[in-house]
Design a protein around this ligand. Structure first.
Ligand SMILES: O=C(O)CCC(=O)C(=O)O
Ligand SMILES: [Fe+2]
Length: 341
């Protein structure tokens, strides 16, 4: 169950540091990270989250009221080139006095094949308990970078969260030798019919405390090639996949009237699937799973997996292995592709 912390104000609203932004969100092709980067130009953003399940309305929270005011003045009802030319409908938002329970329960599969998402693979027990301990010891002996809610390490290339991209001119060097046991086992994917060989050159290590997840996102197409591996260590979580219908993305981004923008959740739909990721399993996102589906780790302390409550461990550590892209993405999913917009 999720509890929205802010709501859309009714009538004229008081100034606040939180903005309710309509005609904006993953259902219209704008990831939360991209929205954060644009709103970040007006002050330090505390967070961006979905205002409701429509995927077309978000709450942007600033640390300071004056940042919200500057963003509202600059961006409200003006075509915003950094957001695909969309015209946003912005109001101040107010904290929700009643805690509205949103039912976000979803059936959780143990096997990737049950999700029916082309290009999604999960291998259980990809590494041994001993290898898991060694990988954790290796990253714990290296410096962590603190983000607001979790810690990260980057190897090969640094991933920049403000732009959701890497700087290809800033190569940090080869991946550390502790990843070799993972790379050596990549042939296990060949048994799944995956014959492509990949030279992975970027690793992001994430450490999530209990209750911390990751907002829905598609890894930027122009940043990384088509295979994204994620190895889970230390604790489990569920990962949700969402495919937003592109039929609600207007060809003319400014074509939505006020009423349509307010009501667009009625026409906006997304497919939802979820998978359980146990420690030592590895997930591969490729093809449609990598390019067209958002992936999301709910901010849960307890996941409900087919009527069983599974508590998140004291931490989950993931190794995300990718290959940095050096030219534009030419995928078959242009509607989700930043290189082809
Ligand atoms: O923690 C994970 O398994 C996924 C991480 C992820 O999606 C990312 O870093 O883009
Ligand atoms: Fe990701």
């Amino acid at each position: 169950m999720g509890l929205p912390r802010f709501k859309r104000p009714v009538g004229t609203s008081e100034q606040s540091s939180n903005l309710y932004v309509a005609n904006c969100g993953p259902a219209v092709g704008l990831t939360l990270n991209r929205i954060e980067a644009v709103f970040g130009a007006y002050g330090q953003v505390k967070g961006v989250h979905l205002a409701d399940e429509s995927g077309t309305r978000v709450i942007v929270s600033y640390h300071e009221e004056k940042s919200a005011e500057s963003a509202l003045t600059a961006l409200n009802r003006r075509a915003c080139p950094e957001l695909g030319g969309r015209s946003l409908h912005i109001q101040y938002s107010v904290p929700s006095d009643c805690q509205v329970a949103v039912d976000d329960s979803i059936e959780v599969s143990m096997e990737a094949s049950e999700l029916d998402i082309p290009g999604l693979y999960l291998i259980h027990d990809f590494i041994s308990v001993k290898e898991e301990e060694e990988l954790l010891a290796a990253v714990d002996s290296r410096p962590w970078q603190k983000l607001a809610k979790r810690r990260v390490q980057h190897y090969g290339y640094e991933f920049h969260y403000n732009t959701r991209n890497v700087n290809t001119n800033q190569y940090l060097g080869e991946l550390p030798s502790f990843v070799s046991p993972i790379i050596d086992k990549m042939s296990k994917f060949q048994k799944l019919g995956y014959t492509e060989t990949v030279l992975l050159d970027q690793l992001t290590v994430n450490e999530y405390p209990p209750g911390v997840g990751l907002s829905p996102h598609i890894d930027t197409h122009s940043a990384f090639e088509g295979l994204i591996f994620s190895l889970s260590l230390a604790g489990p979580c569920i990962m949700e996949f969402r495919k937003y219908s592109t039929s609600v993305w207007p060809t003319d981004p400014n074509a939505l009237s006020d009423e349509e923008a307010q009501n667009s959740d009625k026409s906006s739909k997304f497919l939802r699937r979820a998978i359980y990721l146990p420690p030592r399993s590895i997930l591969l996102l490729s093809r449609e799973a990598r390019y067209a589906w958002h992936h999301y780790i709910p901010h849960h302390k307890i996941d409900v997996v087919n009527d069983t409550k599974i508590r998140r461990a004291s931490r989950r550590v993931s190794f995300t292995l990718r290959k940095v892209r050096k030219g534009p993405c030419k995928c078959e999913f242009p509607e989700y592709c930043d290189s082809q917009k």
